[in-house]
Design a protein around this ligand. Structure first.
Ligand code: GZL
Length: 326
């Protein structure tokens, strides 16, 4: 075989190997080098309720405790702005980005941009469409609750404790967000399998108290026979209580209120008899988020999902739980 032909074959093999290596390297999420401190970004979705404020404080307190620099942005409820916020963090050369993607689809470009800039992303609280981005490849991991399980647990509690009530109004979270999608799926799947219940209506209140109140008022007028309200978060549940009372009814007696999040205000409302049950969804991400970043930098294998344990509150344990609710 002539030298030139052998040379060509060796060059082709080397190019193929290099290409395979490059593909394998790009298939991995960007690495985080070991450093004493980091400059991290935290791209928040909005600050329109106590849960989000508690999440932000938890992240900022953890950064301060570790002496890390944090670039904080608030997308004010706009997925498009949240994408721009991530791009600005990339331009500022952060080492890693913590992202709570407001909705499952629009934040994909932000994840791809960070990967293209070789900056690792850790998803907090909300997830992205798994057919378009994968843990370990496009982002490091997802840290948060199992929202399907949260909806399922609320529905299972209802099935066991309905006391004859059966007609449900559902207040959904932010349209397109993973908690709204999955809290609906988890709850609806259990209810659909139980002929004793009827889902009268299901509509978004955008995780907001006043929107939740407005939607609950409208739905209660359209469905005066409703005797159960399932809200995807405390803010909408508390808004719904105002709507029930505006309709001349008694929350906790005429209409059973169910929620998810578990802040102090809603746990007190369980004690007061106005709310029946709440599945916790803790916003206190700081310690676990930063520990995960350090573990990743140390070369530890990080699972695709790090699921937070959620407590469950009803009249049997609300009083003893109030002190430790967020
Ligand atoms: C859940 C989080 C939700 C809370 C709401 O992890 O994304 O967003 O349940 C908040 O209170 O608005």
């Amino acid at each position: 075989m002539s030298l030139s032909r052998r040379h060509l074959l060796v060059s082709a093999a080397a190019a193929a190997a290099a290409s395979a290596f490059a593909r394998a390297a790009f298939a991995q999420a960007p690495m985080l080098p070991k450093k004493d401190t980091y400059k991290v970004g935290f791209a928040q979705t909005e600050s329109n309720n106590p849960w989000r404020l508690a999440q932000t404080k938890s992240m900022q307190d953890e950064a301060a405790a570790r002496g890390w620099q944090m670039v904080y942005t608030d997308a004010a409820g706009s997925a498009a702005k949240q994408v721009a916020d991530v791009n600005s963090m990339i331009a500022q050369g952060v080492d890693l980005i913590f992202l709570a993607p407001r909705e499952e689809l629009p934040l994909i470009p932000a994840i791809k941009a960070a990967k293209g800039a070789n900056i690792p992303i850790i998803l907090l609280d909300r997830n992205v469409d798994q057919s378009l981005a994968k843990a370990g490849e496009d982002y490091v991991t997802f840290i948060g609750s199992d929202f399907i399980e949260e909806g399922k647990r609320v529905a299972e509690w209802l099935v066991a404790n309905a006391g004859g009530k059966s007609k449900i109004l559902q207040l959904e979270g932010t349209t397109g967000s993973s908690p709204a999608n999955d809290r609906k799926k988890g709850f609806d799947d259990v209810i659909a399998a139980n002929a004793a219940f009827t889902m009268l209506a299901s509509q978004t209140g955008d995780f907001a108290r006043d929107k939740g109140r407005q939607v609950a008022e409208t739905l209660l007028q359209a469905h005066p026979d409703a005797d159960i309200i399932y809200a995807h978060n405390d803010e909408m549940a508390i808004g719904a209580i105002s709507a029930v009372e505006a309709a001349g009814k008694v929350a906790g007696k005429d209409v059973m209120i169910l929620s998810i999040d578990g802040g102090k205000e809603i746990v007190q409302l369980i004690i007061d008899g106005k709310v029946a049950a709440v599945c916790e969804c803790s916003p206190l991400f700081g310690p676990k988020a930063f520990d995960t970043a350090v573990a990743y930098a140390n070369g530890e294998v990080i699972p695709a999902k790090l699921i937070n344990p959620d407590r469950f509150y009803d009249i049997t344990n609300a009083a003893e739980s109030l002190a430790t609710a967020y």
